[in-house]
Design a protein around this ligand. Structure first.
Ligand SMILES: *Cc1c(COP(=O)(O)O)cnc(C)c1O
Length: 394
C-alpha cells in the first residue's frame, strides 16, 4: 500500500495490538500568550444568570445594564456612560452622535477599528504622525493637518498612555473641532488625580475579552451631559423614542444583560487585577533595566492601567525585532507586534495622501521596533523572569 493510503492513526483510534505509545514529546512549558482574559470564579456568576432566567429580561436596558452604567460612572469617576455591544459600534455611534462630517484627523498607530469607524461613517481619515515617546498623536502634526474640511480629531490613548489632552483641547477650541478619544486601552487610567476619560467631547471604551476590563464583548461612550447621553442611547437603539416614534436612523448597539451582569461581577475584582498588572510591569521594568537595546514604554506609575507592556527593540539590540519575535514564539511566548503593520499600510488606507510613510516617519519607526510582552493578572513572576531571560540572551 503506498504510504499516503495508510489509515491515519488518531488519538481516538488505538492500534489493535496494545495501548498507544506515550507521546514522545519532551515536556514543554505551557504556551504564554500576550494576554489572557481575566475571569472571576464561575460559581460567582451563576446567581446573576439565575436572575436573568427568572426575569426573562435579556436585553434592551434591563436591570443589569442600568446597574453597570451606574457602577462604572462611580468607579471611573465620570458623569455619564452609555454601554454598547462592543467598542467599534461605540466609536461609530460616537461619530454619528456629534454629526461629524468631512475629514477627521487620526493616528496610524492603533488597532484598525479606530479608522474603520471613520470609513463606516463615510468620513475621510487624515493621518498625522505620532510622538515617538508616548506613541500618541503629536499635537503639532495635528494642527499642520487641519484643512477647511476638518471637523474632528480622533486620537487614541495608546497602551493607556494619556494623549497630550491639553494641547489637543487648545487646537480643537482654536479651530472649532470636536474631539473623540478612542480610549479602548485606557480603562481606569488617571491623570492629575482624575480620570483621563473626562477629556474630549466623547471618549470610547472597549470591554473586549483582551482588554483590562472585559464583558466578553462590550464597549461604552463617556459623555459629559444628560442630553448627549439621551441622544446616544437613542442612536444605539435604532433611534426609537417610544412605541410609535423613531427619531433617528439609529443602529443596534446595545449591550445585553448577560454581558452587563458579567461586568458587575468583573468590577468587583478590577482593583486586584490592576494591582497585579502593576506588579508585573514593575518586575519587567526592574529586570529589563539590565538589557541594553530594549526600551520599555514610559512609566506612568500608579496612574497607569498596564493594559499592555510595549518595549522598543532598538538598533543597538543584537538581533532584529522580528528575529526576537520569532525567538520568543519558538519558546512558546506569543508576544505581539502591536501596532505593526500600521493602519496606513492596509489597502483601504494606503492610497490616502496622508498615509504616505514620508508623512509618518515616527509611526513607521516605532511600528518596526515595537513588541508587546505578555501581561495579564495571572502571569507569574517566574514567567516574567523567563521572558526577560530570553531577551537578555540574544
Ligand atoms: C479593541 C480596540 C477597539 C475595538 O474595540 P472592540 O470592543 O473590539 O470593538 C478600538 N480601538 C482600539 C484602539 C482597540 O484596541
Amino acid at each position: 500500500m503506498p504510504p499516503e493510503h495508510k489509515p491515519q492513526q488518531t488519538l481516538n483510534q488505538q492500534p489493535d495490538n496494545g495501548p498507544a505509545p506515550a507521546p514522545a514529546l519532551a515536556p514543554t512549558p505551557p504556551l504564554i500568550r500576550v494576554t489572557q482574559p481575566h475571569l472571576p470564579p464561575l460559581d460567582e456568576f451563576i446567581p446573576y444568570l439565575e436572575q436573568i432566567w427568572e426575569s426573562k429580561f435579556l436585553t434592551n436596558g434591563g436591570q443589569f445594564h442600568q446597574q453597570l452604567e451606574a457602577a462604572l460612572c462611580e468607579y471611573l469617576g465620570v458623569a455619564h456612560i452609555s454601554l454598547f455591544a462592543n467598542g467599534t459600534l461605540a466609536l461609530m455611534t460616537a461619530l454619528q452622535a456629534l454629526g461629524i462630517e468631512g475629514e477627521v484627523i487620526t493616528t496610524p498607530y492603533s488597532f484598525v477599528a479606530t479608522s474603520h469607524a471613520l470609513l463606516w461613517n463615510g468620513l475621510q481619515p487624515v493621518f498625522a504622525d505620532i510622538d515617538p515617546v508616548t506613541f500618541n498623536l503629536d499635537p503639532a502634526r495635528i494642527e499642520a493637518a487641519i484643512t477647511p474640511r476638518t471637523t474632528a480629531i480622533m486620537p487614541v490613548h495608546c497602551y493607556g498612555i494619556p494623549c497630550d489632552v491639553r494641547a489637543i483641547e487648545r487646537i480643537a477650541r482654536r479651530h472649532g473641532l470636536k474631539v473623540i478619544y478612542d480610549a479602548a486601552h485606557a480603562f481606569g487610567v488617571r491623570q492629575d488625580g482624575a480620570s483621563i476619560l473626562r477629556h474630549g467631547d466623547l471618549s470610547v471604551l472597549s470591554f473586549h475579552a483582551t482588554k483590562v476590563f472585559n464583558t466578553f464583548e462590550g464597549g461604552a461612550i463617556i459623555c459629559h451631559d444628560a442630553a448627549t447621553k439621551r441622544h446616544i442611547d437613542l442612536l444605539k437603539n435604532f433611534g426609537i423614542q417610544d412605541e410609535q416614534t423613531v427619531v433617528a436612523a439609529g443602529i443596534n448597539g446595545k449591550m445585553n444583560e448577560v454581558s452587563a451582569a458579567f461586568g458587575l461581577l468583573q468590577l468587583r475584582g478590577i482593583d486586584a487585577a490592576l494591582a497585579q498588572r502593576r506588579q508585573i510591569a514593575a518586575h519587567y521594568r526592574r529586570l529589563l533595566a539590565a538589557v541594553p537595546g530594549i526600551d520599555p514604554m514610559p512609566d506612568m506609575g500608579d496612574d497607569a492601567n498596564n493594559s499592555y507592556f510595549a518595549v522598543l527593540v532598538r538598533d543597538t539590540y543584537p538581533i532584529s525585532r522580528d528575529a526576537l519575535h520569532q525567538k520568543l514564539h519558538d519558546a512558546g511566548i506569543h508576544a505581539r507586534r502591536y501596532f505593526y503593520p500600521l493602519i496606513t499600510h492596509f489597502p483601504m488606507y494606503s492610497a490616502i495622501p496622508s498615509a504616505a510613510p514620508a508623512n509618518l516617519p515616527h509611526a513607521n519607526v516605532i511600528a518596526n521596533q515595537v513588541i508587546c510582552l505578555p501581561i495579564y493578572p495571572a502571569l507569574d513572576a517566574q514567567d516574567v523572569e523567563r521572558i526577560v531571560g530570553l531577551l537578555a540572551a540574544s
